[in-house]
Design a binder for this molecule. Sequence first.
Ligand code: SPV
Ligand code: MN
Length: 630
Amino acid sequence: MGLEKWLNDRDVQKVEVLKNKKVIAVIEEFLSLCKPDKAVAIDDSPEDIDYVRQLSIDLGEEIKLEKEGHTVHYDSYFDQARDKANTRLLVPAAEKEKFGSHINTKDRDEGLEEVLRIMDGAMRGKIAIIRFFCLGPTNSRFSISALQITDSAYVAHSEDLLYRKGYEQFKRLEGSEDFFYLIHSAGELTDKNVTKNIDDRRIYIDLEEDRVLSVNNQYAGNSLGLKKLALRLAINKAVNEDWLTEHMFISAVHALGKERKTYFLGAFPSACGKTSTAMVPGNSIVGDDIAYLRINENGEIRAVNIESGIFGIIKDVSPEDDPEIYKSLTTPNETIFSNIQITDGRPYWLGMGDQAKIPETGINWTSSLLGEWEAGKKDDDGNELMFAHPNSRYTIRIEELDNCDEKLHNPDGVKVSGILYGGRDSDISVPFYETFSWNHGVVLGASVESETTSATLGKAGVRTHQPMANLDFIVVPLGKYLEAHFDFGRMVNKEHRPLIFSTNYFLKDENGKYYDAILDKKIWLLWAEARVHGEYDAIKTPIGYIPKYEDLVKLFKEAFNKDYNRERYEAEFSIRVQKLLDKVDRIETIFRSEQDVPNEFFEELEKQRKRLVEAKEKHGTDIIPPSRME
Ligand code: SPV
Ligand code: MN
């Protein structure tokens, strides 16, 4: 039995040309197991890519919309976000303890037995699509080759928008076994094209084989192997080598009225303003989700976007708040919308601007389960449903955007001068500050907390610990992950060490109103960019450096022609000492329960605590306004 059983001669040839025994073995193993009717091997040619695009429409996985190139895809009603419960790391039973409480593990032997059983015959009646991709720019020291086999044309198509084609890259492997492989099956489908056996949804990560097996699911965060599944494999690889894989955007901040631009990375949990920070008007974007970081021969940190597209949250994309994305989503180009409302071929989403325009009927994310959409429709518990899911998304190529940065595909990445960490925090941290050092920045990143949102299944609004906004994907013990961060900092040449900043866009006043408008983040970024170049003085506080009032006034004026009043500054930049001390305690408790957390971590945390206690004593108050620290 060989590849001919599923592939035509031309496609057999495509695979054989790669001269890679492991590629052939993986294809044979999983096609034999999943039993598709046939399979196709897709290379980098426009004809092959077109085939996938058309197949998704022919199979009904995507529906064409009014505008050229626009389509919509619906996931199962029950599969609208990343499925944490069923995403598990396969580990040898004896090693379970060392992975810590944050990792959802499963005994490897049992897990493999289970998932392979579920995958047996999962592709029956379907076409398996074999695709070759490259994570990171091709032909670069960052490149990681990735083989995807899926029975979903939507998955194969959206990966084409989101990742770089890698068939030629696989040739460069010259038979090496050093690649990731991701097997996905949406499983048996209903006549409405949604996964039937949702209870058998499994996403199992197997570090031993650098592979992920995913079955009975459709939402991209669960099904697209190259996204959050390969991210986990890459984190493991990076930590065991000498580089980092982070859940970070890459974006260039353009100084006002100057030619200068400076690259920043930013880590934010889902739905905390990550894409919109990367997309701030006037700046240019390299990536919005995942970065690989390596140190070059000059001791600089260089970063690449491992993706080449955006799978972004569409909720609240409006002409005012996200002008670049809004423009792209309303222009004919290749775009996949997911889980929004469609009426007469037009897309409607939450927060798109004028809500009065939303039609009362159409199809949406509930239609496959509950029939045509009609305003007022309720779920089984009697709760009124929304016309679009809050985690609805759009998928586009970054190159479609006017603000795409010219270095997107640079094999050497971009030089990283600043790193931002932020979460959804309504009452503790100031909107923006600069940490004192790399190690202080690592502690900041490790201490990110965020109130939950709709981007993962479960209750929204609960404060959770989200180290480096990467927790869901860290498949190594937390201590080991932190050590990799400290080590990485030591390898950077002092002159090139980036500044690390904290952001919080979600601070609220005593009436529950946000202090900041959505686009105010541009001001903090401009300040950070100037700080990298040594341009502003700052106020030293117990948690780091905060901007001076006069500098912000000037920036608000220059960037927005807006006034920024002293009262707001005093309120939002006040240091809330007791709340910060409580947070230090919470973070310490978490990390004390983990194994092998480096000493630097606790030392730095202790310094933070001491500064806060001293400030509290000195000022005799719990809340210290900036004017008292100048
Ligand atoms: C995120 O939620 O962080 C995303 C989308 O980038 S997902 O594919 O769901 O991970
Ligand atoms: Mn993400």
